[in-house]
Design a protein around this ligand. Structure first.
Ligand SMILES: Nc1nc2c(ncn2[C@@H]2O[C@H](COP(=O)(O)OP(=O)(O)OP(=O)(O)O)[C@@H](O)[C@H]2O)c(=O)[nH]1
Ligand SMILES: [Mg+2]
Length: 290
């Protein structure tokens, strides 16, 4: 039996996020469409209700990123769930596949309306202004680069890369505003904060890494008991204790400490990193509501 885990609350809302949140309103006013990016591996946890509360009547598109890393069946279920709720939603691999066709399909009613309005007042067609927002590390800047077809916005695999708002003209038709990732000020549950940390949206220094790896392992156990097979040779972890799993990972990956013992701390950080890098397969940490 595994020992019950001691949980620790995660609170992280640094000053630059508060500043970015405070400056969103004027940008919102001058944009035609808000594109909210969330991570397909945990679509609900990676949405920030604080951001959504600002939107009002502004047209809004939800883009689930990292489709290539998420369980495809779960992503389909999430999309159909959100569409049933009346949301405009799509999913994509923003790093490797062009997203423009899907975007145009979703944005076409907004474009038509904007053009009609411009024509009525004798104005030349203006590019559609898209405000791109979401929590850190979900792929906001990558989405912009995807549309621009170049590295117009700095993107990297750590939270907090974009520090200031930046307008990027990607074509005659679109101008996009990249924004810094903003986390919720308060989490509705500790589980949500843990999911965000597993996705790499909360800085590693903020978290007790071992406890985080234990939470991830517990999620993987219940959702994908065979997901450690190809990377670590653990074909079904159902009857394994956490420590035996970490010992197995350490032995397989050569994480051996002083005295020849398995370095289970390294195994924990290795598991987390391998999940974040998609090396355990296409896995989703949240199932869509039925
Ligand atoms: N495999 C995969 N990687 C992605 C995808 N979208 C983004 N990434 C990667 O995720 C990491 C974060 O991407 P960014 O575009 O910097 O994320 P961001 O939301 O702008 O992050 P901040 O500026 O820190 O808030 C980068 O390593 C991207 O290459 C995707 O669809 N698939
Ligand atoms: Mg960014």
């Amino acid at each position: 039996m595994n020992e019950p885990k001691q949980r620790q609350n995660i609170h992280y809302f640094p000053g630059h996020m508060a500043k970015a949140f405070a400056s969103l309103t004027p940008y919102l006013k001058s944009s035609d469409l808000v594109v909210e990016i969330a991570d397909a591996r945990a679509p609900s946890a990676s949405r920030n209700p604080m951001l959504l509360s600002l939107l009002g009547e502004k047209p809004h598109l939800l883009v689930l990123s990292k489709l290539d890393r998420a369980d495809p069946k779960e992503t389909e279920s999430w999309l159909s769930y959100y569409r049933k709720q009346g949301e405009n939603a799509l999913a994509g691999d923003l790093k490797h596949e062009k997203i423009i066709r899907q975007l145009l399909q979703c944005a076409s009613p907004i474009i038509t309306k904007k053009r009609a309005k411009e024509q009525k007042i004798g104005m030349k067609p203006q590019p559609l202004r898209l405000l791109v927002l979401g929590i850190p590390n979900v792929g906001k800047s990558t989405f912009i680069n995807n549309l621009a077809g170049r590295n117009a916005a700095k993107a990297a695999n750590r939270p907090g890369v974009t520090r200031a708002e930046q307008w990027v003209k990607v074509s005659q038709d679109f101008v996009l505003l990249d924004t810094p990732g903003i986390l919720p000020m308060n989490y509705p549950s500790e589980e949500q904060a843990i999911l965000l940390a597993c996705l790499g949206s909360i800085k590693e220094e903020v978290l007790p890494l071992d406890a985080l790896a234990d939470s991830l392992l517990s999620l993987l156990r219940s959702r994908y008991p065979s997901c450690l097979a190809s990377r670590y040779g653990i074909s079904d972890m159902t009857s394994w204790s956490d420590e035996t799993v970490y010992d197995g990972i350490a032995k397989r990956m050569g994480y051996i400490g002083i005295g020849g013992n398995s370095d289970t701390s390294k195994a924990r950080s290795g598991l987390l990193k391998d999940f974040q890098d998609g090396l355990l397969g296409r896995l989703s940490l949240e199932g869509a509501p039925c």
